[in-house]
Each structure stands twice: as structure tokens, then as C-alpha cells.
Design a protein around this ligand. Structure first.
Ligand code: ADP
Ligand code: MG
Length: 389
């Protein structure tokens, strides 16, 4: 399947730009196993890079012109590195534009290039095709210009491109895992220090399954901002009793309980979720290291319940998807993943029960919601890199 994609990409390059590309680069999408809404609270996340990616075939130019062709959209753009502007028409090109803009702002000397882009990360499903696009583009500029960009710096540059150029207020997780993922590993990332640890998953006979609810993530922007504000409010109040804290990351669960009488009920619920979710991430790593997958599955389930009842970012569609999975014996754990109000769930499933999960989701989910699910069976893969042609 990948060979076919590569052939198609290279042929398309030959078609559009004559001659062969210098290099082919890929950067993966991701799924977060546990640690939701913890990133902006300076906490922990635990994603894997997946076997769906953006691929870019490119050739260096001696001038400052960047010519890009999107194979999937059948659209071309051209711009100069000397004058990078937001593109209202071909919005996909703002990811590469933003990356080029912030590379140059960081004093990297880059030349123009011709490139063809293709991807199989579903767009807007919550598997972060946008981060894959940014990291693939940054890696392309890095390799084609013989630069060395520290992985964490590249992730930060790409995040900046998405925050400030595209205008989407995302955390650092997606770009970080797309750059730094490792085959058969998940990444424990401390969103405050950016320290990280690659944890072997030991998932023999176990599958990671992503189920897309097909529900558009409608409320997500306004509710996301509200949740962030409630977390900040919690910190402001708790600061009076716990001098020196700067994020919910710094608050012990026992302290939250101790001072809960001073915190409005809703804010307290939000804080309770975040503090417990951070603990769950660290306990998940321990569980996996001790080969205690059942414990990990329980933590995933608890995470969903917290997102549903305390953080209140789930929705009937996500709950239905998770409930269908929970009823199957071979499902070790299942939870919503991503910001919520639609998007995907992630389940960890014994291989023997995979078909049962697929069948049940296809049968029961449309009945309960009237929507059509998409199912992606994922493996944990390496982060961005050059693909040998
Ligand atoms: P998500 O990151 O959850 O997939 P986003 O809305 O953040 O969703 O990013 C999706 C956008 O990324 C698309 O609208 C498009 O602009 C860009 N993109 C993703 N995949 C591709 C692709 N294969 N070709 C061109 N642009 C893409
Ligand atoms: Mg995105």
C-alpha cells in the first residue's frame, strides 16, 4: 500500500516538475492513548505516532520560489520565501507557508523547492493531519538544505506555525509526537518541560483501534476556551492557599479536596478531572512497564468517565461508541480522544476480539446515533523521517 502511494507520489512529481525528486519525507498523524486536556495545564500526555502520514516528494531550487502541488486536492500554489502571506483560497498551503515563515524567523537559511504532497491521515478526524503536514514540511526544508534542527525545536516551530500563521490554538503534543514517535512505543511527554520518555508498548496480539464518530466537533472552540478559563480560575483561587503554584499540574489531589469549599462547584469539577487525569497518565506508564494491560485499560475507562462527568466534553455519540466497545470482553480499555464534542475514540483490543469490535460498531453505532462510523486500526510507528525511494 505504501509502495503504491510512493509510486503515485513520485510519478506525480515527474509529471508536475519534470525529473526526479531529491528526497521523500514522511511525518505521521497520532492518537493520544491517555492524558486529555492536560497539555494546557502543564501536565502529561501519552500519544503514539500512527501508520498514517503525510508524504512529501521534493527537489531543491536555487531561488526563493516554493511550488507545491497537493495530490489529494489537485491544487497548485506558488509563493516566494521573501514574501510569505496567508492564502485565503488554498488553505492547506498555509501549513507549509507557516512552517517556512517561522523557520526563516528562527534564522534558518532555506532555499525554495518544488514539492508534491499527499496524505492518508483523515482530515479533521482528530488524528492530527495538520501536525503531520507541518512536521513533514519542516523535515523537508531541513533535509533539503542540509540543516540540523533539534526535534523539540522543530515541534515548537511547527506549533508556532499552526498557532500564529494558521490561527489554530493547539498544544505541543501533536507536532512533538509526529517528530519524535518511535515504532512500537508511546511517548510520555511532560508538556511543561518538554522532557519525554519513549515507553515500549509490548502490544503483542493487541490492537489500537480508532473509531471516528462522524460527529463534527462543533462546540469545540468555545467550550475549549471555557475549560481553559475554568482551569486558570481554579489555579488563581488555589494560589492563595498554595503559594508558588502556576498550573493545575502543581496541585496535589488532597489539596484540591482540602480547599474545595473555596472553589465554585463547576470549577472544582474541572480541576478534579485534570489533577486525576495527570495521575492516570503516570499510572498508565507504570502499568505498561509492568505488563499490566488490564490496569492500563481501567485507567483509559476512568479517563473517559472523567471527561464525560467531570470535564463534560464528551457527547452522546462518543459515549455510545465507548459503551459499545466496553461491552466486548476483549476490549481492554476505550475512551474518547482529542478535545471532545465529537471526533474519535481510541480502544485497546485483544486481536482475537478485533472483528467483534468492528462488527458491533458497524451494527450498533448507526442504530444508536444515525451516523456512520469510520474505523482505523493503527500501529505505533516512527516519527518523521526520510523514506528511501
Ligand atoms: P486534523 O489535524 O484533526 O486532521 P485540522 O483541521 O487541524 O484537522 O487539519 C486539517 C487540515 O490540514 C486540512 O483542512 C488541510 O488544510 C490540511 N491537510 C491535511 N491533510 C492534507 C493533505 N493530505 N493534503 C493537503 N492538506 C492537508
Ligand atoms: Mg489539527
Amino acid at each position: 500500500m505504501n509502495n503504491e502511494r510512493i509510486d503515485k507520489l513520485v510519478n506525480s512529481f515527474k509529471d508536475k516538475f519534470d525529473g526526479n525528486p531529491d528526497i521523500l519525507v514522511r511525518a505521521p498523524g497520532r492518537v493520544n492513548l491517555i492524558g486529555e486536556h492536560t497539555d494546557y495545564n502543564d501536565g502529561f500526555v501519552f500519544p503514539v505516532a500512527i501508520d498514517r502520514d503525510i508524504m512529501i516528494a521534493s527537489r531543491r531550487r536555487d531561488d526563493l520560489i516554493v511550488r507545491l502541488y497537493s495530490l489529494d486536492f489537485d491544487q497548485s500554489v506558488e509563493f516566494s520565501l521573501g514574501d510569505i502571506k496567508y492564502d485565503e483560497e488554498q488553505k492547506w498551503s498555509n501549513y507549509p507557508r507557516g512552517v517556512a515563515f517561522f523557520l526563516q524567523e528562527s534564522e534558518y537559511k532555506i532555499s525554495g523547492l518544488d514539492a508534491v504532497i499527499t496524505g492518508n491521515v483523515p482530515l479533521g478526524a482528530g488524528l492530527s493531519s495538520s501536525a503531520a503536514m507541518e512536521v513533514a514540511m519542516a523535515t523537508t526544508f531541513e533535509k533539503i538544505n542540509g540543516l540540523t534542527i533539534e526535534p523539540a525545536e522543530m515541534a515548537l516551530l511547527c506549533q508556532k506555525a499552526e498557532n500564529k500563521f494558521v490561527g489554530m490554538n493547539c498544544g505541543i503534543m501533536d507536532q512533538f509526537i509526529s517528530r519524535m514517535g518511535k515504532k512500537d512505543h508511546a511517548l510520555l511527554l511532560d508538556c511543561r518541560s518538554l522532557e519525554y520518555d519513549l515507553i515500549p508498548l509490548n502490544l503483542e496480539n493487541i490492537k489500537i483501534v480508532v473509531c471516528d464518530t462522524g460527529k463534527k466537533r462543533g462546540l469545540v472552540d468555545s467550550e475549549y476556551n471555557k475549560r481553559r478559563a475554568e482551569c486558570e480560575r481554579g489555579v488563581k483561587i488555589l494560589e492563595k492557599f498554595l503559594p508558588g503554584i502556576s498550573a493545575l499540574r502543581d496541585v496535589e489531589f488532597s489539596d484540591l479536596i482540602k480547599y474545595s469549599g473555596h472553589i465554585p462547584e463547576i470549577t472544582e469539577k474541572r480541576c478534579r478531572y485534570v489533577i486525576k487525569e495527570n495521575i492516570r497518565v503516570l499510572e498508565s506508564v507504570e502499568a505498561i512497564e509492568e505488563f499490566d494491560l488490564l490496569k492500563f485499560g481501567d485507567l483509559m475507562n476512568e479517563s473517559h468517565i472523567g471527561l464525560r462527568d467531570e470535564y463534560e466534553v464528551s457527547c452522546p455519540e462518543l459515549d455510545a461508541m465507548v459503551e459499545i466497545a466496553w461491552k466486548i470482553d476483549g476490549v481492554i480499555g476505550s475512551r474518547m480522544t482529542g478535545a471532545g464534542f465529537g471526533g474519535c475514540t481510541v480502544s485497546v483490543v485483544v486481536e482475537d476480539s478485533l472483528q467483534e469490535l468492528i462488527d458491533k460498531v458497524n451494527e450498533e453505532y448507526p442504530k444508536r446515533t444515525g451516523l456512520q462510523p469510520e474505523i482505523y486500526i493503527c500501529t505505533a510507528e516512527d516519527g518523521a523521517g526520510v523514506v528511501e525511494i
